[in-house]
Design a binder for this molecule. Sequence first.
Ligand SMILES: [Fe+2]
Ligand SMILES: [Fe+2]
Ligand SMILES: [Fe+2]
Length: 420
Amino acid sequence: MASPRDPAVRAHSRRVAAVATELAARAGLEGWERLAVRHLALLHHYPPEFMDAETVEFVLREAAGANWAGLRRADSAYRQRCENVRELVAAFHGRSALRADPRQAFVVDLVAAADQLVQQIEAHPCEPNLRDRFLDRLRGRAEEGLCGPAVTRTFGSLPRIFAEELRGLLDRLPVFPAVALKVLALAAAEDITFSKLEAALSSDQVLAGHLISVANSCLYSPRQTISTIRQAISYIGLEATRKVAIAAAFHPLFASGNLKALWKHSLEAARAVEAMARADGRFHPEEAFLLGLVHDVGRLALSKIGEAAYGRLLEEGCEPVVAEVFLFGREHGRIGAEILRLWNFPEALAVAVEWHHEPEAGGSPLAAMLYLAEHRTASVEAPPLAVRLRQAEAALSGAAAQFEADDRERNFLNALTAVA
Ligand SMILES: [Fe+2]
Ligand SMILES: [Fe+2]
Ligand SMILES: [Fe+2]
């Protein structure tokens, strides 16, 4: 039987607690009722008949954090709290009826609904309209009298992102530079020449400046200062030139200070996906590099919304994907894919971004590469699932699934990270 001390159960219970507490606040619950929601969510996987004082204390201590000493000192309040939690957990598991007390019944119904939604997001984070369908089922349950209408009203109060709002978000992002797509097209062309690349880069002074500064960086340490695009390309080579150009074109989107970590993660993912594509042999490595750079563009867009609840959910232990589906009705992969389609990116890249947190459902090996890249670069964006990881590895050739960055690759990344 799962114990609340099992790490996977604790992580799941924290997600449910974060989601349920947010719902409780939206429903106007205060004081002990809001705490009861949180405590029940943290303990909902524990069979009530085995819930001894030690277990309750373990969970309450974790929930109370710094307030624990004060809570423990007020002994009578503490004991009462333990009793309340036991009673609620018993009601959650259907072993005692609380329907006579509508406020306690609401607490139990709210946590049960939050638990169901979180479980569905854990299993299928990229499923289109998952939250809307969940809400439809919840309304059906309310009509059958299986949960109170107040619970459906609370879920119904969550924000939605409509297509127009998405376009509004896009207006706040800089336009993806056309020259980067031109460089990408050149990268895919068989007859790429020095002069074609030079001509494309010459049309954008900022890109040309970045290229020259990378060529002069300590990674390449030229004997003489490089001052022209032609010198830079011949010194660092065609392949590195194309990557520097693509990265420099995309970097302005991450210009604000709090997005630096996301830029670094995007570069690491780009390098990882590129190496996997090279080892796998089915995809163009430079296209894969661009895919890695843009894979979290949906997170970039969501950072412009400035929704306080989003930050709270992340702090409380929700991974970004869980917080996004709960709060906005879709996660950043789907939002990112919609952005890439508006930017006229190749459809295969949009599909890979769309399914990068549930690659087995999207049927795209590029999505599997992105999933593995996030895992290898220790970017926890969705609840980890061992079976999903195994399936993503199985979608690629053995060599591609074994990617590890070496020192030279890390130095190249550092040089690109410094491009600003
Ligand atoms: Fe659960
Ligand atoms: Fe992601
Ligand atoms: Fe990511």
